[in-house]
Design a protein around this ligand. Structure first.
Ligand code: ATP
Ligand code: MG
Length: 342
């Protein structure tokens, strides 16, 4: 459904000399240099898949999405979305796709939200039955009616993002591109957005490409991940495998012991598990963080069970930063392993 073949995007940026004269100079000078934002990205995403496209800030994610949605033309290489080259056939492509840029609105700023939906309905020629079904779903999951008559400019970020995500889907696109769709949302709204995307994917087979810095989004929505670093895809796997590549893992546990003496427990853990750090967290539980390359979770659990009368135990998901750090430092760019974060 989505094909990227050696996509490259260079930006021409003007060199600025320091100081005011320098700034004035850049108005006239023709000096510039090229910044390669995307350097030869290739991948293929089958119809109906839900793929996370992740990487650090500036890795080239949004630029890739802009080429796939037809907003930007690649410097070289080729993209195909539902059989069309998006930047060559922008109008036909628009019927096939939905887009959300969390950082930028696609709605009509001065119009009430419901008017935006009416306009989109006529732009895309959405049949009555489809429109009614979709609006009912958005009412149910996103409480859209509460926003209906307010101009977009007066909405809070959370309210606007709800409307943005719904608006991207109203014409039943084959593919939806979600570039940080939950940025700035509270947990309840994040979950509503995740549920909407999953429902639409399950019921209509909509292909999803998601970029997010939120591991919760990725875990809740996607089955596969592509990791980009400096404009190149450096890792491709299932979400499950990705989580296993975190460089630091954690275990939280409670035990029948002297709650007044956690220092002894911490000292014991740190002495037995090289590179690990332990601390007391809320509720009196002990959090153990350990380098994933050094210890397996089985070894860590075994040690805890051997030395403590464990009454409860939780293994939280690793955060995205820990996962990316491992991928970035592990594969292509050999670098000393970072210390376990304490
Ligand atoms: N219009 C532009 N002109 C010049 N440079 C640009 C332009 N757009 C992006 N870049 C540069 O291209 C690189 C990739 O930017 P991009 O926005 O694609 O990153 P990203 O992965 O989406 O990052 P983030 O996670 O912060 O959204 C960055 O170095 C950025 O400064
Ligand atoms: Mg971006």
């Amino acid at each position: 459904m989505i094909v990227a073949e050696n996509l490259v995007k260079d930006f021409r940026v003007h060199e600025r000399r320091p100081g005011l004269l320098g700034s004035l100079g850049t108005l006239f000078s023709r000096e510039h240099r090229l910044v390669r934002a995307v350097s030869g990205v290739s991948f293929e995403i089958p119809a109906g898949a839900k793929v996370a496209y992740i990487g650090a800030n500036g890795a080239g994610k949004s630029t890739t999405v802009k080429m796939l949605t037809g907003i930007m033309t690649p410097t070289s290489g080729r993209a195909l979305v539902a059989g069309l080259e998006p930047y060559r056939e922008r109008r036909r492509n628009a019927a096939n796709i939905g887009v959300v840029f969390g950082q930028r609105s696609q709605l009509w700023w001065d119009l009430p939200v419901l008017d935006s939906f009416r306009i989109l309905r006529s732009i895309h020629d959405v049949p009555d039955t489809v429109y009614r079904r979709n609006m009912a779903l958005y009412r149910e999951l996103l409480d859209l009616d509460a926003l209906g008559n307010t101009p977009v400019r007066q909405l809070s970020l959370g309210q606007r993002m709800r409307a943005e995500v719904a608006a991207s889907l109203v014409h039943d696109p084959k593919v939806v591109f979600l570039d940080e769709p939950t940025v700035g949302l509270d947990l309840v709204l994040k979950e509503a957005v995740r549920e909407l995307v999953n429902r639409v994917n399950a019921e209509l087979g909509t292909t999803v490409l998601l970029t997010s810095h939120d591991m919760g989004d990725i875990g809740a929505i996607c089955d596969r991940v592509l990791v980009v670093d400096r404009g190149e895809v450096v890792h491709s796997s299932s979400v499950h495998e990705l989580l296993r590549t975190a460089d630091t893992r954690a275990v939280l546990f409670e035990h029948e012991g002297d709650p007044a003496a956690p220092a002894d427990a911490i000292a014991l853990i740190e002495a037995k598990l090289d590179g690990a750090s332990a601390s007391v967290v809320e509720g009196g539980r002990i959090r153990v963080e350990y380098p994933a390359g050094r210890w397996t979770s089985r070894q860590v659990m075994g040690l805890l069970l051997d030395h403590f009368d464990v009454t409860d135990c939780v293994v939280p998901e690793p955060d995205l930063e820990s996962v990316l750090r491992r991928i970035y430092t592990g594969g292509r760019h050999p670098a000393p392993r970072p210390e376990a974060v304490g």
